[in-house]
Design a protein around this ligand. Structure first.
Ligand code: ZN
Ligand code: ZN
Length: 258
């Protein structure tokens, strides 16, 4: 791995290490590029276990400071991982313009369905996957997001693969293709370990049944570490991701900067 665009810090309240800790680890592992994409806050919703809205300016200033400090040693990008809710369009725009973000990584954990906030970690059936995918497609259509983080994260729920899974996958893949948004092959799914699901023993994600289709369609894919500890920047899970991505024949890119 030469570049990682999916990096968290202590500021999201469920990761360890500050900005510099991740940069030093990335340099140590021979990375040429590191992009910060901590869990973004919203001005007026707090899911918990996210950066506080009041801490955002300090984080962005720190990344700017590090860009200068480490210039010539590693290329640093300033991004955020963020959920899509239609009412925040102006907020996303201002993050990219006023706050000078280099990219937004669409990280759908919570999503809006018919005005209700839902959490994909607690899907009630595979019907939820389809509405989740539609939400991702809507986000992609705004052109504000460079990449979809862990686009198959819904597979961590224990439902056997069915036609809704095919449908959700195809909705996401069609959107990625139409709006030229990169798909992320996420190493953190491997860190979660093998689990016994009703359709067999597997990692929660990345799911081969999803990624085979990505490979067949040749859609642009990036490997993301999704590190929450500095030592995870380029760890065994990332190595496994690289190996599996190669085996699948994914069309890999090393940048999400447009
Ligand atoms: Zn996280
Ligand atoms: Zn993440």
């Amino acid at each position: 791995m030469k570049a990682n665009f999916h990096t968290h810090t202590f500021r999201c309240l469920h990761a360890y290490g500050n900005e510099q800790d991740y940069i030093l680890e990335a340099i140590e592992k021979g990375l040429e590029v590191i992009g910060f994409s901590d869990h973004a806050p919203f001005p007026d919703i707090d899911y918990g276990l996210r950066m506080k809205f009041d801490d955002l300016p300090e984080h962005l200033a720190e990344v700017d400071k590090m860009k200068k400090k480490y210039s010539g040693r590693i290329k640093i990008y300033k991004g955020l991982e963020i959920e899509y809710h239609p009412q925040y369009i102006d907020y996303y725009r201002s993050l990219l313009s006023d706050s000078g973000l280099d990219y937004l990584l669409l990280g759908e954990h919570m999503y809006t369905c018919e005005g209700r906030l839902k959490n994909i970690f607690f899907a009630e059936s595979t019907d939820d996957y389809v509405e989740y995918a539609e939400n991702i497609a809507q986000a992609a259509s705004t052109g504000l997001f460079s990449c979809i983080a862990h686009p198959d994260i819904m597979m961590l729920n224990d439902f056997a693969w069915d036609e809704n899974c095919d449908k959700a996958r195809d909705i996401i893949l069609d959107a990625a293709q139409e709006y030229d948004v990169i798909l992320e092959y996420n190493a953190n799914g491997f860190r979660r370990g093998l689990h016994k699901y009703s359709d067999g023993v597997r990692f929660p994600y990345p799911d081969e049944r999803f990624w085979k289709s990505v490979s067949e369609r040749g859609l642009k894919t990036i490997i993301g570490s999704d590190c929450h500890i500095p030592g995870q920047v380029c760890d065994k899970a990332v190595e496994l991701s690289e190996k599996e991505a190669k085996k699948l024949g994914l069309n890999l890119t090393e940048s999400m900067i447009r």
